[in-house]
Design a protein around this ligand. Sequence first.
Ligand code: SAM
Length: 239
Amino acid sequence: MFRDEKGYRPTQQIFTEVPPKYDILNRVLTLNLDEGWRRKAAVRILENNPGRVLDLCCGTADLTMHLGRGAGSSTELYGLDFSHTMLERAREKVAVFGKDRINLIQGDAGNMPFESGFFDSVGISFGFRNLTFENPDAKLHIGEVYRVLKPGGRFVILETSQPANGLIRAGYHFYQKFITSPVGGVLSGNRKAYRYLAYSAINYYSIPEITEVLLKAGFSKVSGEPLLMGATAIVTAVK
Ligand SMILES: C[S@@+](CC[C@H](N)C(=O)[O-])C[C@H]1O[C@@H](n2cnc3c(N)ncnc32)[C@H](O)[C@@H]1O
């Protein structure tokens, strides 16, 4: 299990410290591909013409922004995150849609302030790893997503994955270890956060593994779409 130099597991603190340069680092470290992936995930999230949508672990609202642009005006949009600094930045961004268009809420994914069956779609971009990787609350987090979805509702995950080809996988792990971790660490000034992000990406689920986790949690019709030769993936599941 990953521990920082003081022996702690990654915590809320990491995501409270990261925001000032978080967006620009995402663009740099994904070679500017991340926004296209979020746009694609937003299309999947909105595919069932949802009345209510949650961007879970919304961070600085990058996925929420795509949802805001893609959803009809009758769709209610919510974002939830436990980092108040991420949400501050998110509030500045979603202001372009006008007051009250998007509801941003500070809260914990393990205990969401929504009644059961509240959402038609839940999307999560680059947050599922935090909720499940070496996380003792992984089952609780997935169970909460299941609970807040309506029967028939969609869960769409955009997350790092594992390329099926061994050579490409080795190159991807090299990139995480020797580019993401040091470059992210130096540019953000938070080495701990980017060491964790690289370590968790290298050791995270492949599409077949995440499919099994979701099926075990009760989801059905799980399908995975590899992006960038499998370094990232969009996985869709139905309650
Ligand atoms: C890597 S960031 C991704 C942010 C954003 N979705 C994106 O696409 O850039 C992960 C986010 O998950 C949030 N997060 C992690 N664990 C959480 C939890 N248990 N409850 C709520 N938010 C959580 C962090 O605060 C952080 O903003």
